[in-house]
Unconditional design. Sequence first.
Length: 110
Amino acid sequence: MEQNLYIKILKYGSENIGKQITKEELFEQLKIKQYEKSLDKSIVDNIFESIFKQITLGGAKYVISLDSYFQYLEHIRLEEARKDSKKAIGISVVAIIISIILTLIQIFKC
């Protein structure tokens, strides 16, 4: 599944929590140049600014904000919950089919 840009940036920031990064490092690591062609540069910058906090005055060093880190953790939990629910639905369908088959066997045995 292709992740959207916001989730990719959140993931990168979460994986590098506590590290100081620059926009250029992030763009290079995530190969965001492909997005710059389809998205306005200000949109990418706004996403970056909403996720990262500037830590140096007048500099270009950033770290992920705590809110953004927790947003990413919530996203991961949501994805895991979706996978678990799909698995549970599959198991319940199999259980229902087995119970129907066993019921039919009991009916036709008599």
